[in-house]
Design a binder for this molecule. Structure first.
Ligand code: S3P
Length: 438
């Protein structure tokens, strides 16, 4: 598949619901007592894998004809033994968070996934959840397929996160829900805080404080928790908005509005960096949706300048680097992004995959162990004329779809199917703004 832009991008669009929040809304609703209703849920394959797993463990999770999702939970501690392996597809978030849930239930579950997910490291959750008493039989290297036997009651732990990972933090907190006593997570580097916000919203007892001496945030959850059913509104996903935003910045003459984008400060790093590069991005109608800040983004074509991306901003834009690298390839001067070791263990190795793909379409890129150095074209189109391997990685596929809009010859993406994991309707949204998929 390939995309081109015959003229400027124009118009308004809404991206689908936030993936991180969607996963959490199904999981917590499935553990609450009563009927929760979820509006704006992302109906992508990753979230549907979470929904199927919660059903397999006893919750009722259904989409109404009105588009609202209704979830009848089993109550904390009430998850049932699934009859078959839990198929996580491409979804690391489903896998790691559900491992947390299962770890403190008297359940044995097998987790399987696709080729991309089966290459990703699970020891980061196996280690803390083993300390809580769960028993794991992983494939070599701590990978899927793996079997997990939960312990009930589990043992509350204090755990200092060795990697900046919201998935690891969330897995431990979710395990803590059905664990008597205080489960404590120490977070030296802030990561997305959707779990904390939503746990509080569902009535869990959660204390968060700053330990200045340790320069870390301490999150304490008291189990066993009782969760009450909620009405949840899921904001638009900033990680999905990233693609039309970068496209509008790069395609000359463009002006687009992306409505209802989640702007939680732990997620909005990309927009800050693009603005620092000279990107014209305005935040209109700032408001609150379901305990998360949202706004409409008005984006106009801009001449971008390369930037040294401050490494401390990385966790708040960890999924947005592929899109940023495309923007950097068209900027004036050099962009340096380092401290990105985590990008090597996402749906693909996003440092190598982006370096190879960008080089193939004529960008000047140097690959570092922990990042990329990109010398931009100062607004000139890229050569294009190559086929890029998306490597089962939705964000790689969408990044090169955007790159194709500003390339002289077509950029062909070998496989757009992974886009359905996070952004069903991507091609339709882009064509609604004036891009042409072929
Ligand atoms: C996510 C956390 C991040 C992110 C992923 C979603 C989450 O992963 O890359 O797409 O929902 O908690 P890490 O925790 O591995 O950084």
């Amino acid at each position: 598949m390939r995309f081109r832009a015959p003229g400027p991008l124009r118009g308004s669009a809404r991206v689908p619901g936030d993936k991180s929040i969607s996963h959490r809304s199904i999981m917590l609703s499935a553990l609450a007592v009563g009927e929760s209703r979820i509006e704006g849920l992302l109906e992508g394959e990753d979230v549907l894998a979470t929904a199927a797993a919660m059903r397999a463990m006893g919750a009722s999770v259904e989409r109404g004809e009105d588009g609202l999702w209704r979830v009848h939970g089993v109550g904390v501690g009430g998850l049932l033994q699934p009859e078959a392996a839990l198929d996580m597809g491409n979804s690391g978030t489903s896998t790691r968070l559900l491992m947390g849930l299962v770890a403190s239930h008297p359940i044995t579950a097998t987790f399987i996934g696709d080729a991309s997910l089966s290459r990703r490291p699970m020891n980061r959750v196996i280690d803390p959840l083993s300390q809580m008493g769960a028993a794991f039989t992983p494939s070599p290297g701590g990978r899927l397929p793996l079997m997990l036997r939960g312990l009930c009651p589990a043992i509350p732990i204090e755990y200092r996160l060795p990697v900046a990972s919201a998935q690891v933090k969330s897995a431990i907190l979710l395990a803590g829900l059905n664990t008597p006593g205080i489960t404590r997570v120490i977070e030296p580097v802030a990561t997305r805080d959707h779990s904390e916000r939503m746990l509080r919203g569902f009535g869990a007892s959660l204390e968060i404080h700053r330990d200045e001496a340790d320069d870390a945030t301490v999150i304490e959850l008291r189990g066993e928790a009782e969760l009450r059913a909620q009405q949840i509104i899921v904001p638009g996903d900033p990680s999905s908005a990233a693609f039309p935003v970068v496209a509008a910045l790069l395609v000359p003459g463009s002006e687009v509005t992306i409505e209802n984008v989640g702007l939680n400060p732990t997620r909005a790093g990309l927009f800050e960096v693009l603005r620092a590069m000279g990107g014209d991005i305005a935040f209109a109608n700032p408001r609150d949706a379901g305990g998360e800040p949202v706004a409409d983004l008005i984006v106009r074509h801009s001449a971008l300048t390369g930037i040294d991306v401050p490494p401390e901003i990385a966790p708040s834009m960890i999924d947005e680097f592929p899109a940023l690298f495309v923007a950097a390839a068209l900027a004036r001067g050099r962009t340096v992004a380092r401290g990105l070791d985590e990008l090597r263990v996402k749906e693909s190795d996003r440092i190598t995959t982006m370096a190879e793909g960008l080089r193939a379409i004529g960008a000047r890129v140097e690959e570092l162990e922990d990042g990329l150095v990109i010398d931009g074209t100062d607004g000139d189109t890229l050569a294009g004329g190559a086929t890029v391997a998306a490597k089962l990685d939705h964000r790689i596929a969408m990044s090169f779809a955007v790159a194709g809009l500003v390339s002289r010859d077509a950029v062909t993406i070998d496989d757009m199917a992974p886009v359905a994991t996070s952004f069903p309707g991507f091609a339709a949204l882009m064509s609604g703004l004036g891009a042409v998929p072929e």
